[in-house]
Design a protein around this ligand. Structure first.
Ligand SMILES: NC(=O)c1ccc[n+]([C@@H]2O[C@H](COP(=O)([O-])OP(=O)(O)OC[C@H]3O[C@@H](n4cnc5c(N)ncnc54)[C@H](OP(=O)(O)O)[C@@H]3O)[C@@H](O)[C@H]2O)c1
Length: 284
């Protein structure tokens, strides 16, 4: 049996959809019963509970051969991931797949990347086979700019002249599907990027081209981003972390693309233009 966490979120949700479409049964660990009931995709088995709960972890991991660990950035993320890893090793899981990030390299100093690096190390030390899924900036992040693009014709983020390589979650899900269902991915780190390195000005120009009207990039003052994130009740630690990530982007930390998605999927990664065309209802 495969165990998948985070299926009510972005990455785990995409993986659940692709597993279901491929007819692969899986067990989901979901902490919120109402969200479990509302899921469009039906896992073969569902365990309701929190990763912080030992009894829940024991139940979720029992008999699982492979497990996908997806946790949101948070102050307790490392502790929860290390707890999950220790339980998985004890339960006899053979292969643990972890969602990490491309920017998590030795020497990186942002809080989220430090958590990923430490968690990756715990998994490598656990004795289980592992695969690190290390995408960069999800293209789907632009969905949160939908209202501004529609109503004000702007994209605003504090990214300065820095570049990103927007990476479509559908590609990330397709890579994870392969890793969960095929042999040969053991003890591999997969750095995943979209096809192009683009500044936010260039990204706004791509939106303009596909939408047929001018979209401008506004280099958002950090204080404004902080206010917006506070308004949606993000914890202060997480707000600081997001701001540090954007500072790193503005300083040029994302400076390359990789061919990993093309190599693993046998086709190029999805482009930003394709993403915009597939979400016209959000941006028009
Ligand atoms: N955003 C990006 O551009 C990007 C790029 C590369 C890597 N990443 C990495 O992606 C990860 C986040 O993935 P995501 O965006 O898919 O996350 P997400 O959409 O925030 O979803 C997180 C999932 O984890 C579940 N969850 C949270 N705490 C839990 C707990 N204590 N016990 C059980 N389940 C729990 C959530 O359940 P509920 O629905 O109940 O909250 C939800 O299903 C982060 O580690 C981040 O560093 C992000």
């Amino acid at each position: 049996m495969l165990l998948v966490t985070g299926v009510t979120g972005k990455t785990g949700g995409e993986v659940a959809r692709q597993l279901a479409a491929a007819g692969v049964p899986f067990r989901a660990l979901i902490r919120n019963r109402a969200k479990a009931d509302a899921l469009q995709v039906r896992p073969a088995e569902t365990v309701i509970g929190d990763v912080a709960d030992d009894a829940v972890l024991a139940q979720a991991l029992q008999g699982a051969e492979r497990a996908l660990l997806v946790m949101p950035n948070g102050q307790d993320q490392l502790q929860l991931e290390q707890r999950f890893t220790a339980h998985a090793a004890r339960a006899g899981v053979q292969h643990l797949i972890k969602l990490s990030s491309l920017e998590s390299v030795p020497g990186s100093t942002t809080p989220f990347t430090q958590v990923h690096l430490a968690s990756e190390q715990s998994i490598r030390d656990s004795g289980m086979s592992w695969t690190m899924i290390r995408p960069t900036f999800f293209t789907q992040t632009f969905l949160t700019s939908g209202a501004r693009i529609r109503e004000q014709q702007i994209i605003s983020m504090p990214a300065g002249k820095g570049t990103i390589a927007p990476t479509d979650l559908r590609d990330v899900g397709a890579v994870i599907l392969r890793v969960l269902t095929e042999p040969g991915h053991e003890n591999q780190s997969y750095d995943l990027t979209g096809p192009e390195l683009l500044t936010l000005d260039q990204i706004a120009a791509r939106f303009s081209l596909v939408l047929g009207r001018e979209i401008r990039y506004v280099d958002q003052p950090q204080v404004e981003l902080r206010a917006r994130l506070a308004a949606i009740n993000l914890a202060p630690w997480r707000i600081d972390g997001v701001c540090r990530e954007f500072e790193a982007i503005a300083a040029g930390v994302i400076d390359h693309t990789t061919g990993t998605i093309a190599r693993l999927l046998g086709r190029p990664p999805l482009s930003l233009e394709q993403f915009i065309r597939d979400h016209l209802a959000v941006f028009r």
